[in-house]
Design a protein around this ligand. Structure first.
Ligand SMILES: [Zn+2]
Length: 308
């Protein structure tokens, strides 16, 4: 799926859970979002067969852009087998009949909660992110009218002040997920709850990223080859999570987003598909001596920030 395909797809035949009018409306909102990168576009969020807050925004985006030629992958915290991912995948496949895959290389649409795959994505792939809170300035302002003014006038002084206060109080910027970024040099955007590790993957990416917030009725986008800069001070650089000496117990990766396995005090890749493909033939979980239950207990966002 490319931006051109998104534009061309408006008006194709009946397909998926949403009716044609709903799909057309969501695609129009998405095209506006692509035209104004990082800008939150209101849309008439539909009631979906999942509760709002469980990926209904991402689901509506996926069902609005998906076609019979697509192959879909759904992940939750990097894991294809996560409960949220499994439910959404069943729903998407059930109402569209498209094939699904866990292999990030085979998918044309990847719907995700909390991660961007480690596998570098291509121009013919589209990433759909489920967003709980689309407003990056929510922490510094609650009034909707004032928020609109701040975005309209690029008045982002208060988020800079909050980052500075965080830095002074804690010695580092502690915001770990949903790190605010400046998109196309114009709009400050929430990156959805992806770890800092994934934020640089959005900068000048070859692929299209679509963000859907069902409960808050907003979509936004990062089109291919768009500048996405994390808000950082000139003398305090943006840093991704990194733990010195940590490597994946299963595949040995050091250059991946790792999550801690509490029982063994070790680490494993958060991206299960990527990790499985890297493991030596015949190796894998069995060789580590880790029971499945221990691996299942791995928790996200557990890496320390370098130099913290
Ligand atoms: Zn691994």
């Amino acid at each position: 799926m490319t931006v051109a395909a998104l534009a061309a797809s408006a008006g194709t035949g009946e397909f998926g859970h949403l009716d044609e009018q709903s799909k057309r409306e969501i695609r129009c909102a998405l095209l506006t979002a692509v035209a104004v990168p990082g800008y939150q576009v209101p849309f008439a969020s539909r009631e979906m067969p999942v509760a709002r807050g469980w990926g209904s925004g991402g689901l509506q985006v996926t069902l609005a852009v998906i076609g019979p030629q697509d192959t879909v992958k759904v992940i939750d915290q990097g894991d294809d087998a996560g409960v949220n991912a499994a439910n959404l995948r069943r729903l998407i496949v059930g109402c569209t009949g498209v094939p699904d895959t866990t292999d990030a290389r085979e998918a044309s649409i990847i719907q995700t909660r909390h991660r961007i795959p480690e596998e570098p994505l291509r121009p013919d792939q589209v990433l759909v992110l489920q967003v709980p809170v689309p407003e990056p300035l929510r922490g510094v302002e609650r009034d909707m009218r004032e928020l609109r003014r701040m975005h309209a006038e690029s008045d982002y002084s208060r988020i800079w002040v909050s980052l500075y206060e965080d830095l002074v109080r804690n010695g580092v910027i502690t915001q770990s997920t949903g790190y605010p970024v400046l998109v196309g040099g114009r709009y400050v955007m929430a990156t959805s709850p992806i770890p800092r590790w994934d934020v640089p993957k959005l900068h000048q990416a070859p692929f299209l990223s679509l963000f859907g917030a069902g409960r808050e009725k907003r979509v936004y986008a990062v089109p291919p080859h768009t500048s996405v800069e994390p808000l950082a001070f000139e003398d305090v650089a943006f840093q991704v999570e990194r733990t010195e000496g940590a490597s994946c117990l299963l595949c040995g990766a050091t250059e991946a987003y790792l999550v801690e396995v509490p029982a063994s005090k070790g680490w494993i890749c958060s991206d299960t598909d990527w990790c499985e493909r890297r493991r030596p033939p015949g190796g894998g979980a069995g060789e580590t001596g880790l029971p499945g239950a221990e691996l299942a207990g791995a928790s996200g966002n557990a890496r320390d920030v370098a130099d913290a």
